[in-house]
Design a protein around this ligand. Structure first.
Ligand code: COA
Length: 257
């Protein structure tokens, strides 16, 4: 792959979007490579969790590649938005945990990429925004939906309508990111959190992700039903037996063989 660097260490795949001279803007090649990569994450047993970050000190991803927008027809724009939405939904629905380590600008498609990840950690120099209104566009890779669900309608309206950027402290205060770190601690903070998650029952982690998503795409009653199904799915598994036995025997559970 040319535009995404892969590092696999102890089950953690770190993906680095690697176009630093273009602030890691998402051109069609990055999108295609992201699509291939995330599909591999689903099926590759060596990958237990993912960190997504950007190359260089300045930018996570500064948006879709604007140079590819010239001459975009309405039909092409619709298909492009659907393609981006599908890839980001694949990230969101991934049964393995995905953390965005936001190391600078997360604008437009970059903010949408971070929003599709399960958890966001930002360096203190991160800046978030959906500045598409400056281009005569709206967010097209899920931003109007995911930002609204994460921070609420009022803030999403303000940020998307004004195109204003939000710094790391405001992103933290509003729940857009879970933690803010010094730039030099960003990857270690993301790795430590992911290691904690990966030490838990993989089945329980993946079912938790599914159950939490149900809070957004189902009614509350349907969400309770889904939670019960997923709870029952975990019951009686080797992992549950190991977790319960470890508690009784006063030792740490070993979920991965
Ligand atoms: N698409 C394509 N190229 C981009 C880009 C994008 N979204 N964002 C940045 N770049 C390119 C710039 O064109 C520039 O390339 P060049 O050196 O060949 O001219 C390079 O990345 C560096 O960006 P530059 O604008 O010089 O950096 P800056 O520090 O002055 O400004 C930003 C940083 C992020 C404020 C500015 O690049 C910007 O506004 N980018 C677009 C953000 C955006 O609208 N994203 C949503 C797209 S839908």
């Amino acid at each position: 792959m040319e535009t995404i660097l892969h590092t696999l260490d102890a089950g953690i795949l770190t993906l680095t979007i690697n176009r630093p001279d273009k602030l890691n803007a998402l051109n069609s090649q990055v999108l295609a490579e992201l699509d291939t990569t995330i599909k591999d994450v689903y099926i590759n047993p060596a990958i237990h969790g993912v960190i997504i970050t950007g190359a260089g000190p300045k930018s996570f991803v500064a948006g879709a590649d604007i140079t590819e927008f010239s001459g975009l027809s309405k039909e092409q724009a619709f298909l492009l938005a659907r393609k981006g939405q599908d890839i980001f939904s694949f990230i969101e629905q991934c049964p393995k945990p995905v953390i965005a380590a936001v190391n600078g600008f997360a604008l437009g498609g970059g903010c949408e990429l971070a929003l599709a990840c399960h958890i966001r950690i930002a360096s203190s120099n991160a800046r978030f925004g959906q500045p598409e209104v400056n281009l005569g566009l709206i967010p097209g890779y899920g931003g109007t939906q995911r930002l609204t669900r994460l921070v609420g309608k009022g803030l999403a309206m303000e940020w998307i309508l004004s195109g204003n950027l939000v710094d790391a402290a405001e992103a933290h205060r509003t729940g857009l990111v879970n933690h803010v770190t010094a730039p030099e601690s960003l990857l270690s903070t993301a790795t430590t959190l992911l290691q904690t998650i990966l030490s838990k029952s993989p089945t329980a982690v993946s079912r938790s992700i599914q159950a939490i998503h149900a809070a957004f795409d189902k009614t509350e009653a349907e969400g309770f039903e889904r939670e019960a199904e997923l709870f029952s799915d975990c019951a009686g598994s080797e992992e549950m037996m190991e977790g319960v036995a470890a508690f009784i025997e006063k030792r740490k559970p070993a979920f991965r063989k």
